[in-house]
Design a protein around this ligand. Structure first.
Ligand code: SF4
Length: 350
């Protein structure tokens, strides 16, 4: 009996990787998925925080895609290793803080390592949902061979959606897959993918807009750079990058910034950090929970209380009571007139 060939697919949770897998499943290839968790992934838990996002699906798209395809999914935590990719990208950044080309090389390389570590499972090659010209940084004709070479995958990296535009790979040359039944998609037009999705009966899939992680987002990237500038060092922990997804970030002084919840869902989320940060909360009126990230002196208390009061229901009141709970010292109640200067607040917005 002919050997059943096996591939491992990089699963982001978007449509392209979903299609790439199904194309190979149609050829009788057994596929398992691998998803790398960098900490910057756009996932359902972010939608679970904000009230206004309550209608959005709270699902892990990679897991959901795997379920639709009927494949096993391996989720690999790469938070620590990914720091070097983000902080020192050899190929630079895209429009924002997204090091897409280095990221792709890193992930394919991790997949190569994973295949080696799991050699008893007999994976023969790696597939991705990449399409030439789809993304300005990582998915260009010139970058396709760079990813294959620098990741160490070389000719065992197959991109089923655009394979016909690329040199033949080992799975094609060996006849494990039929090149004729692969695709030649290219460019940013997503109509071919949508038509293929329809053909496969996929009518629910994650929107491809904006990329697969927060690093492609302009506002998020600005907040990340501000975090590094504020600390004087380009470092981060998991909590830091989670908190960048939540609240208004206002930096009135270089030494500290305020993270102010935008709704009750975010207030609840920020409350979970009250043992690690100085917090502020209006007590005389309904208002948002706020955290202070950085070093706050007593002289700054009136300033931060005035800002936080501005974002609650007491914004037009003459005085708002605000409770400040500094880390490691006693709580203080402050009665303050909410700050009203839009211009100042605008300038401080990160
Ligand atoms: S969008 Fe994010 S996860 Fe996707 S390739 Fe770029 S940096 Fe990597």
């Amino acid at each position: 009996m002919a050997k059943q060939h096996k591939a491992v697919a990089l699963i982001s949770g978007g449509l392209d990787s979903m299609l790439a897998v199904r194309v190979l499943q149609e050829q009788g290839i057994e596929v398992e998925g691998i998803n790398f968790f960098t900490g910057f992934c756009v996932e359902g838990h972010t939608h679970a925080i904000r009230n206004q996002d309550k209608e959005k699906k709270k699902r892990n798209n990679a897991l959901w895609v795997a379920e639709q395809l009927g494949i096993k999914l391996h989720i690999v935590d790469v938070i620590e290793e990914y720091k070097d990719v983000l902080l020192n990208p050899k190929h630079g950044y895209g429009a924002n803080m997204n090091p897409c080309l280095d990221c792709k090389i890193f992930m394919v390389n991790k997949a190569v390592e994973w295949v080696k570590e799991n050699h008893e499972n007999g994976f023969d090659f790696i597939i991705t949902g990449e399409v030439i010209g789809q993304r300005p940084m990582s998915q260009r004709k010139q970058t396709m061979p760079i990813v294959a070479k620098e990741s160490g995958a070389d000719d065992i990296l197959l991109r089923p959606l655009c394979a016909k535009n690329l040199p033949e790979t080992k799975p094609e040359l060996e006849g494990w897959v039929d090149r004729e039944k692969l695709y030649d998609f290219s460019g940013r037009n997503r109509k071919p993918q949508m038509a293929l999705a329809k053909q496969f009966g996929f009518d629910d899939y994650a929107s491809p807009a904006g990329g697969c992680c927060f690093l492609t987002d302009e506002n998020y990237s600005k907040k990340l750079v501000d975090l590094w500038d504020g600390r004087g060092s380009r470092e981060y922990q998991m909590d830091d990058i989670m908190l960048l997804k939540v609240g208004r970030h206002i930096r009135p002084k270089p030494e500290f910034k305020l993270i102010i919840a935008r709704d009750a869902g975010e207030s609840k989320f920020l409350e979970g950090y009250r043992k690690e940060f100085t917090t502020l909360l209006a007590t005389s009126h309904n208002g948002p929970m706020a955290l202070v990230d950085g070093t706050l002196t007593e002289q700054d208390h009136a300033l931060v209380a005035g800002i936080v009061a501005r974002y609650g229901q007491g914004r037009d009141a003459e005085a708002v009571e605000v409770k400040i709970s500094p880390l490691g010292s006693d709580e203080e109640m402050i009665s303050i007139t909410p700050l009203t200067s839009e211009q100042v607040l605008e300038e401080w917005h990160v």
